[in-house]
Design a protein around this ligand. Structure first.
Ligand SMILES: [Zn+2]
Length: 104
C-alpha cells in the first residue's frame, strides 16, 4: 500500500489524532532521502527520542515500517510521518527522481 492509501485507510478518529499529534510536534519535517528509506525523530515524554523509519519500494509502496516506541504496527509516529510526507509530496518528488534515473 502507498502512503496515500495508508492515510486513507485510517479512521476519522485516528486521522484526527494524527493531525493533533502532528501539530503538537511542529516544527517537524521528514527529511528528503535519496534512497527509499525515510527517518524521523520524535521527542518522547521521558526526554529520550523516538526514531521512526519508513521504507518504500520502487513503486512508492510501503515495504517496511519501524518505530522505537514499541506500540507495534502502525503507530501515531509513523502516521505523523506519513502525513508530513503526503502533505509535502516527498514521495512524488522521490518518484520523479526515480523516473529520471530510469531515463538516463
Ligand atoms: Zn511509534
Amino acid at each position: 500500500m502507498t502512503i496515500h492509501g495508508n492515510l486513507k485507510s485510517l479512521s476519522v478518529e485516528d486521522l484526527a489524532l494524527t493531525k493533533r499529534y502532528y501539530e503538537s510536534i511542529q516544527p517537524f519535517e521528514v527529511q528528503p532521502s535519496d534512497t527509499y528509506e525515510f527517518d524521523a525523530e520524535f521527542p518522547a515524554e521521558d526526554g529520550e527520542r523516538i526514531i521512526a523509519e519508513i521504507t518504500l519500494n520502487e513503486n512508492a509502496e510501503i515495504e517496511d515500517l519501524y518505530c522505537t516506541c514499541r506500540a507495534g504496527g502502525f503507530c501515531v509516529h509513523l502516521a505523523a510521518m506519513m502525513y508530513n510526507m503526503e502533505e509535502r509530496k516527498t514521495v512524488l518528488f522521490l518518484n520523479g527522481l526515480a523516473r529520471q534515473n530510469i531515463r538516463v
